[in-house]
Design a protein around this ligand. Structure first.
Ligand code: LMR
Length: 398
């Protein structure tokens, strides 16, 4: 029966990770997968995480099952990080938060949930969006369409076109937005733009679904959830999927959550049974370790402030690198204007080079980036920035 299977192409992002690891060039640079790296090119376990892990190791008394919706304390803690105490209190039982196996697990859980509420729903994603949104949402059987988002020529948001498209989307459909640090383009909505989207959502009645994988890596923990909080306080319904992969550096521990707001306590109670059943059917229950770490950090004042500081160092490094890249590209006599990199947020920006130039960077210079020309800014450091700039200059002039 299995002889008829066809091999699939490598994942556009994870495939790069494997190619980078296999490359023996000592000058190789990994600008592919979205993993934070420090100045030495390492992705160390955060100090607050290490301390929390040690404490859990010493104090944990059982490995008994947690349950399909995860640990209640963790769910409350990440909901508070997302919404803040005041909004969380005012939403009361209209809100539920369910632990998920990473952000991907949360997205897939949300997709199954949307399917159970409206199997004919179209999920509208930004053009462009994260490559894995399509398989995650599509494999749940949802129809996917795109709204205009990024203008590659001006490196800005096609906001008027986006609004015009949203203005035709009906109740029963779902509009997915990136909460902050847009993946792949780094161009984020302004506060005014979030307000306009809120107004259109109210007018049209579609459901908003926010993917928030980078809280704290753009402008700050509070600043990065402006849009999510605005929509949570003013729309009758909202789905937000959060991830602790990047801001807690817990990538492989698969730690995320899906938060749902509906128009009534009763609807949320019913919806929770559907979400729990979807989790049970797919993976039974989420892994515990990462969630236990996050829960401890967010509730222990010393660990919390250590984590805040580490996160702010990571954010500062990324924003500093953005400014340095612009400077360094100029210094390498590159004529193209790369100043947009400084304006954009989070780990990613498009270099704006074509696929052949991307392939040349990979094959001739061992500089790994996604075919769309998306780079992970955090992969740059003072040892490789000159080589990156001179290689890009060479590729742009051949
Ligand atoms: C990325 O976009 O590189 C990250 O979110 C990692 C992944 O799973 O693709």
């Amino acid at each position: 029966m299995f002889q008829s299977l066809q091999a699939l192409p490598a994942d556009p992002i994870l495939g790069l990770m494997a190619s980078y690891r296999a490359d023996n060039n000592p000058r190789k640079i990994d600008l592919g997968i979205g993993i934070y790296k420090d100045e030495h090119g390492n992705t160390p376990v955060m100090a607050a995480v290490k301390k929390a892990e040690n404490s859990i190791l010493a104090s944990q008394l059982t490995k008994s099952y947690v349950g399909p919706t995860g640990a209640a304390d963790y769910n409350d803690s990440v909901a508070k990080l997302l919404l803040g105490t005041t909004l969380m209190d005012s939403l009361g039982k209209r809100r539920v938060t369910v632990q998920s196996p990473g952000g991907c697990g949360g997205l897939r859980l949300a997709a199954e949930f949307i399917k159970s509420a409206n199997s004919g729903a179209t999920v509208w994603v930004s053009d462009p969006t994260w490559a894995n949104h399509m398989p995650l949402l599509g494999s749940a059987g949802l129809h996917i369409d795109q709204y205009p988002y990024y203008d590659y020529a001006s490196h800005s948001i096609r906001f008027e076109e986006m609004l015009a498209c949203l203005g035709n989307i009906k109740a029963g459909d779902v509009v997915m937005l990136h909460g902050c640090c847009h993946n792949p383009c780094g161009a984020d909505l302004s506060q005014e733009q979030w307000r306009q989207i809120r107004n259109i959502a109210l007018q049209q009645g579609f459901t908003v679904f926010i993917d928030l994988a980078y809280q704290g890596l753009g402008d700050g923990l509070e600043e990065d959830v402006y849009g999510a909080r605005l929509l949570a306080e003013s729309l009758p319904e909202l789905i937000v999927v959060t991830s602790c992969s990047k801001n807690f550096g817990l990538y492989r521990e698969r730690t995320g959550a899906m938060t749902l707001v509906t128009d009534s306590d009763a609807t949320t109670a019913i919806a929770t049974t559907q979400i729990a059943a979807a989790a049970r059917a797919m993976y039974s229950m989420p892994p515990d370790h990462g969630a236990a770490v996050v829960q401890l950090i967010l509730n222990d004042p010393a660990l919390r402030s250590e984590w805040d500081e580490e996160l702010s160092t990571m954010r500062g490094r990324i924003n500093g690198l953005r400014a340095q890249l612009v400077k360094q590209f100029k210094a390498a006599s590159i004529d193209e204007d790369f100043s947009f990199i400084k304006r954009e947020k989070g780990m990613f920006s498009f270099l704006g080079v074509n696929v052949d130039q991307v392939q040349s960077l990979i094959n001739d210079y061992s500089i790994y980036l996604v075919n769309s020309s998306r780079i992970n800014v955090a992969g740059v450091n003072s040892d490789n920035i000159d080589y990156l700039a001179s290689s890009l200059a060479a590729v742009l002039t051949t």
